[in-house]
Write a protein that binds this ligand. Sequence first.
Ligand code: NDP
Length: 239
Amino acid sequence: MALVTGGSRGIGAAVALRLAEDGADVALTYQQNADRAEQVVEQIKAAGRRALAVRADSADTAALTAAVDQVAAEFGRLDILVNNAGIYLTGPVEDLGVADFDLTVAVNVRAPFVAARAAAGHMVNGGRIINIGSNVAQRTTFPGHSLYAMSKTALIGLTKGLGRELGPRGITVNLVHPGPTDTDANPADGPYAEVIKGFTAVGRYGAPADIAAAVAFLARDDSRYVTGATIDADGGFAI
Ligand code: NDP
């Protein structure tokens, strides 16, 4: 049984569907788009799996912890956690305030820690924690990304630390670095899309399903010897 944070749209929705197609029951959290979340739930059910959407703002530690506990209780287990929900606050450093810093850290760093801590309490041997970072943690190509890059780089350390700690319990912890991926947050027909494409080796945006494929590998049993690792699913953006 898998829990995907931010599963109502974009990469999270594609991950939720892929894990369902691979045989998992799937719960997802969302912040505000209840309609989109329910659409994903219906698609998971159409794939023959159980599904549940829970509204939980990742910036709200109590709500996120409660969501993890609720899902584990309703499904009777928790095998896979995908920390996908993220925000993208960008701009010149003089325009970014402390509130932007705090919100970026709360959603992109603190929430993956909080969800992993709660999930680890429910997981047994063979559990999977998969964090969604960003290619900008390795190659910060454009100005204005100081907070976002900082937050995604922090996930490298969180992934390694948790991987080391949970390894003896047979729980793996890994990180996926998406490249430019066609979602509401970064549409492939957006104003900077042509420039962004030029930084990839393959010359195009990825689809959310391309990122989900990397997550699906890390969620499988036969990835059991991979932990603390980062997989770049970025069309060669970082090379
Ligand atoms: P989208 O903006 O398309 O979707 C964001 C999803 O996260 C939605 O389901 C949204 O819920 C949810 N969400 C946002 N904030 C919160 C919150 N505070 N609490 C709970 N849920 C929240 O994003 P993407 O699919 O593009 O990105 C997903 C992840 O991939 C992020 O971590 C992002 O940083 C990373 N990424 C994306 C790249 C890209 O090019 N798209 C590139 C590299 C990394 P709701 O529908 O309710 O708003």
